[in-house]
Every structure is written in C-alpha cells, then in structure tokens.
Design a binder for this molecule. Structure first.
Ligand SMILES: Nc1nc2c(ncn2[C@@H]2O[C@H](COP(=O)(O)OP(=O)(O)OP(=O)(O)O)[C@@H](O)[C@H]2O)c(=O)[nH]1
Ligand SMILES: [Mg+2]
Length: 367
C-alpha cells in the first residue's frame, strides 16, 4: 500500500518518471500507456510523436503497450462522444489525386484557413507504394512551410516500410492518437494510384479528389470506382492562365459524375474550383466540407460509415498481417524461388504451387 502511494507520488510529481521496479510486465505496460495518454490529452506533441512511433514498432513488448494505449484512447473517445454527442467527433478528410495535382499545397492553404478559425489540424499520409520505392515524397513539408511550423498543426509522413500489420493499421491507429491529442480536423493524403484511394476512403468521413486543370486524360484513366467514392472533386490551380482550362475540366467532371452512382444517398458529389496558391475558393471549399459533415451527421450516415469502416478495417488488418507473416516466414522464403520457377515453367499449376507454400507455412513450427 505504502509502496503504491510512493509510486503514485513519484509518477505525479515527475511525469517522465517510470517506476517499474516491482510491477509486473502487464502493470508496467498499463502504467506507461496511462502516462502517455496523459501527455496526449494535454495536447503534448512530443507525447503524440512518441505514441505514433510506439504503434509503428514491430517489437512485441512495444506492441502490447501500444494496444493498451489504443484501448485507453478508445475508452476516452467513447466517453467524450457519450457526453457531448456527435459534435465530439473529429472530422477525417481523405485527400487523393494524381502526383503534382497540388494536394500538399492545398493542405497548406486549407490548413492555415482552419487554424485561423480556431481548429487544430493533423495531416497524415498513406503511401503503400513506399514499401517498393523505400521512401515517400508525400508529406513534403516544403510544400507546407507555414503549417509545418505551427504548433496547432501536426504533420506526419508515411510510416517506413516493412511494418508488421502494414500501413493501413498504423495510419488508422495514428488518426485516433492525433484526435486524442486534440486535433479536430485530420487530413489523410495519398497519391492516387489505384489501390490507395480505397484504403484512405475506408478511414475517412469524406473523400476528396484533387485534380489539375486540363486533366481530361486523367478522367479517362481514373477508375470509375474511385470517382464513385468521391464526395467532392476539387479542380486546383484555378488561377491566371489556367482559369479557362479549370472551368472546362470542372464541366467535364460534372457531366461524368452525373452518370455515376453516388456513394452516399444523401449527398450528390460536387465539383469545385480553387487555387491553393492565391487562396481563392478555399473558404468556400471548407464550407462545403462542413455542409457534407452536417448532412452526414443528421442523416446518421456519419456514424454508420465509421462503424462499417471499423469492421472493414479489421479484415484489412488481418489480410495485411497474414500476408506479411506469410511472406516473411523463413520456410516460405526458402521454398519460394523453386516453387515460382516450377509454376512459371508450367511443371506444376499455380494452385498446386500456392498449396505447397500454404502447407509448408502451416506446418512450420516456428511460425
Ligand atoms: N498555379 C498553381 N500551382 C499550384 C497550385 N497548387 C499547387 N501548385 C503547384 O503544383 C506543383 C505540385 O504541388 P504539390 O502540392 O507538391 O502537389 P502534390 O499533389 O502534393 O504532389 P505529390 O505529393 O508529389 O503527389 C507545385 O509546383 C506547386 O507549386 C495552385 O493552386 N496554382
Ligand atoms: Mg504531396
């Protein structure tokens, strides 16, 4: 009893102090998670960065701590929503679009606009392709010079490659951490390359596609499914000589969207023009986002979408986790080349090759 009082005293007095001596590993994790949660709830950015690094770690002990922290964050969020109703929800905004469309510049413009309105803004990036290239240019802070310097904004680039459970898990868990630290508007930026849009749309409340003027070819190339996911299409760079082309592009997208099934029965997708450089159209763009949020909340779509996303994400995590354990398994790695060769040369069928690897994985005692 006395020991407990002494420990609590030290931990309160010196927030960074961790009194682990006599605690079980589980209690240590719990205490650490509570200490980090305290930092998050105070809006401490160092704690937030530490919490995100923790959930990105593949170290088993750190993963246990991370799970404790995420549970506490969830409890805290649920209590807040029970107390304050839907206005307690943060606003998660997915931003996608082809490389160079001006996504980061747009985030700088709208982010600064939001800081001016008293919001706290988080920006995360998703780039599963960075696993292949080994690095990402997304989140390039040079395109967000003011936002990245402001303490009311938090910018975090894509997690590095090879993380257990994949980018999806770490990004959606990071969203919860960023929100716990008081950032009430969270942008998730991704490069539009086919698959990423679905990942981002599954973690956000509104999905926005940003394009450049004269992107008629992009319209052809952009998958119908992705257009159907979008609630707002932004034609960026509507400034100077580019204005006529931006108007034309806006018209083309309005026509194209007429023939598509909207994602949300209560919202017809909108196509707007902005200039992230001059700031023209940015306040109207934010008003539109807010209108979407109000419509979604009042029609109950907001909560329904988040619930459906949670279940969908659980399955995505399982898939990512199983795939990464499978591919990194030493038995699978040892057999892989031989079986691939047997399949590609036609000696065995693809399904037989797959089953050989799956059986080897299942029977591996070290898995
Ligand atoms: N004229 C004009 N140029 C813009 C505007 N927004 C962005 N740009 C320019 O477009 C280029 C690309 O901008 P980024 O913000 O880096 O584009 P991005 O979509 O984030 O690019 P990636 O992250 O590489 O996919 C830069 O040279 C910007 O200065 C705009 O509103 N008007
Ligand atoms: Mg960018």
């Amino acid at each position: 009893m006395l020991k407990q009082i002494a420990q609590d005293f030290f931990c309160q007095k010196f927030p960074g102090f961790r009194f682990y001596g006599t605690l079980t590993a589980n209690a240590q994790h719990e205490r650490f998670a509570r200490w980090l949660l305290g930092g998050l709830l105070r809006g401490d950015r160092t704690s937030l960065a530490e919490a995100i690094t923790l959930i990105e770690s593949s170290n088993p002990a750190k993963q246990l701590k991370a799970q404790k922290l995420l549970n506490l964050v969830l409890e805290n969020e649920n209590e807040k929503v029970a107390r304050e109703g839907p206005k307690a929800f943060s606003f998660r905004i997915g931003i996608s679009g082809p490389p160079g469309a001006g996504k980061s510049t747009f985030l700088e413009a709208i982010g600064m606009h939001l800081l001016g309105k008293g919001h706290k803004v988080g920006c995360l990036t998703v780039d599963p392709s960075s696993r292949i290239t080994g690095g990402s240019l997304l989140g390039d802070k040079t395109r967000m010079p003011n936002l990245s310097k402001d303490h009311r904004a938090f910018i975090r680039p894509s997690p590095t490659c090879g993380i257990l459970g994949g980018v999806t898990r770490t990004t959606s868990d990071s969203i919860n951490l960023v929100e716990a630290a008081g950032f009430d508007v969270v942008f998730v930026e991704t490069v539009g390359s086919g698959q990423n849009e679905y990942v981002v749309a599954d973690m956000t409340d509104i999905f926005v596609v940003i394009i450049s003027p004269g992107a008629g070819d992009e319209l052809q190339a952009m998958k119908r499914g992705i257009m159907e996911l979008s609630h707002v299409v932004i034609v960026n760079k509507s400034d100077g000589d580019l204005i006529p082309a931006a108007r034309r592009t806006q018209g083309e997208y309005i026509s194209a969207l007429k023939f598509m099934t909207p994602e949300n029965t209560h919202w017809k997708p909108k196509v707007i023009r902005v200039s992230s450089v001059t700031g023209e159209g940015i306040p109207e763009c934010w008003d539109l986002f807010q209108k979407f949020r109000e419509t979604a909340i009042s029609s109950d779509e907001f909560v329904k979408r988040r619930s459906a996303q949670s279940t969908m994400r659980m399955w995505r995590f399982i898939e990512e986790h199983l795939q990464s354990s499978f591919k990194s398994n030493s038995t699978v790695q040892a057999m892989r080349r031989g079986i691939e060769e047997a399949v590609s040369s036609g000696r065995i069928t693809s399904s037989a090759g797959a089953l050989l690897l799956i059986d080897a994985f299942r029977e591996d005692p070290c898995r």
